[in-house]
Design a protein around this ligand. Structure first.
Ligand code: SAM
Length: 472
């Protein structure tokens, strides 16, 4: 390809994304590029933000307080995108990323910032979004919710209990490549070691890699490997399981060899073939434990909070902050397998757990039964549907909201109908949290505390707990 045609491809790319390749003489005065910039803050996507000609300039890999040299790669009237060329004056919070594939892998994007800096920057980012949406600058921040100090997860590594691995059969190497997708690409980064995964999950990962490529090298086996779409691995101190998503069925002798290898390592084996059912091939359904001996059974495709130690701290914090008493009826919305409902039911008079996925509703009810809790009522309901408002009208003393990234807009607009004194909102998306908080305040509540939750250390993902109390 000639240099000319290469350039025109790039221009097209910028037009498609809403950005254009800036010209040297435009308002940005880009004949000065590379630019020297002072980074002001960290965006909620983990990129440093500086100002260029009054516009926000986003720079991957740059940290607040740093003086950097950067080259503009795209711009429009409101924003500029720049590539980091050199850090001239590093932040004192900058560290060498310990992972050898940090630059390639799309998994962690904040390993160059120390753990304390990650918490501070994430809090500043949520604070800015809430302040803007609510028109106030006095959000009452409490201490972040972190892993228990006694566990090795306190440093923000070795915590993750669930990952999805992509698969691709490389014909030239006659090998199944298993790993994470590269940043902004479909390329698979082969994964031998991942520093954020739980040690038990690391062991399961090694088993997957070795087993698949070492079982046989004959043509029929290699053909089977081409049918692997992706793999879910779940493991922590309580259980280990691996679920293979297959495009088509694979031969019985291959399955039997996999069963032997996984059974001898104590890992439960699951398959889902095409759109068929999730099937336990060998081993048993897993469960994780919460304080007080509570056991929550799950299958590999169920939603699980990824960081078990931080999850335990979060569950305890929600119960404490809600000040649940034995007289309380609690509404747990977006309740999953009962991660909050079950520990809350130990203290409260009753819990209504509402969740959209039928399998999880059934498991939540079963989990309650197996933990001898008779005061949990698990119901199936799409909480984005107007019908859901009927559950609010039944009333509650306390409410837990733990929605997916889209948030809980409809519920927030009508939350006052519950008459609840206190609400705990657990959010994995600061944007929908800021939007929904405005609705909750309009329903007659105040924010009494905000806490950052250290659920996703080393990555830019942000989890927040916001507590609301009904105005007197
Ligand atoms: C962030 S998870 C929280 C689950 C649970 N509270 C926990 O701690 O494990 C969000 C849950 O909301 C459920 N969900 C997603 N969309 C929903 C909807 N429209 N209505 C009800 N539940 C929904 C998901 O299936 C998932 O279980």
């Amino acid at each position: 390809m000639s240099r000319k045609s290469h350039r025109s491809d790039k221009t097209l790319k910028h037009r498609k994304s809403g950005f254009r390749k800036p010209k040297a003489a435009d308002a940005l005065n880009l004949d000065q590029t590379p630019l020297e910039l002072t980074v002001e803050s960290l965006g909620y996507d983990g990129r440093g933000i500086a100002r260029v000609d009054g516009r926000a300039c986003f720079i991957e890999g740059a940290l607040p307080g740093e003086l950097i040299k950067a080259e503009v790669v795209a711009a429009n009237n409101k924003r500029v995108e720049a590539k980091l060329l050199k850090v001239l004056e590093p932040s004192e919070l900058r560290v060498n990323p310990p992972c050898s594939i940090f630059q390639l892998c799309g998994g962690c994007d904040l390993q160059h910032l120390n753990h304390e800096g990650q918490l501070k920057s994430k809090q500043a980012s949520v604070n800015q979004m809430l302040s803007r949406s609510l028109g106030c600058d006095d959000i009452p921040w409490g201490v972040p919710i972190v892993a228990k100090a006694s566990e090795n997860t306190a440093t923000g590594f070795g915590y993750r209990r669930k990952i999805r691995l992509a698969c691709y059969f490389d014909r030239s190497k006659q090998k199944l490549l298993v790993g994470f997708r590269a940043a902004k690409s479909k390329k698979i980064i082969e994964l031998e070691e991942c520093l954020v995964v739980h040690p038990e999950l690391q062991a399961a990962l090694e088993l997957v890699n070795c087993t698949l490529n070492d079982l046989h090298q004959n043509a029929s086996y290699l053909k089977s490997l081409q049918l692997f779409a992706h793999i879910e691995c779940i493991a922590d101190q309580d259980a280990r399981s691996v679920c293979f998503r297959l495009m088509k069925p694979i031969p019985e002798d291959v399955i039997q060899d996999m069963v032997k290898a996984f059974a001898s390592a104590g890992v439960s084996l699951w398959f889902r073939v095409g759109e068929g059912p999730l099937t336990l091939i060998s081993g048993h359904e897993s469960e994780y434990q919460l304080e007080g001996g509570l056991k929550i059974a799950y299958t590999p495709e169920d939603f699980l909070q990824v960081n078990p130690s931080v999850n335990q701290s979060l569950v305890s914090e929600v119960i404490t902050q809600l000040e649940i008493t034995e007289d309380d009826h609690v509404l747990d919305l977006f309740s999953g397998l009962g991660n909050f409902s079950l520990p809350v039911a130990r203290v409260a008079k009753s819990v209504t757990a509402v969740e959209a996925i039928a399998e999880m509703v059934d498991k939540s009810q079963l989990n309650a039964k197996q933990n001898r809790l008779s005061n949990v009522n698990s119901v199936k309901q799409d909480l984005f549907d107007e019908d859901a408002l009927g559950w609010l009208d039944q009333g509650a003393d306390k409410v837990i909201l733990d929605p997916p990234r889209a948030g809980a807009e409809l519920i927030s607009q009508h939350i006052g109908r519950t008459g609840a004194k206190k609400i705990a909102y657990v959010s994995c998306n600061p944007l929908s949290l800021a939007r929904d908080s405005k609705e909750i305040l309009a329903q007659g509540y105040d924010i009494t505390q905000a806490q950052l939750i250290d659920m996703f250390a080393q990555t830019s993902h942000i989890e927040t707990l916001l507590m609301f109390e009904r105005k007197a």
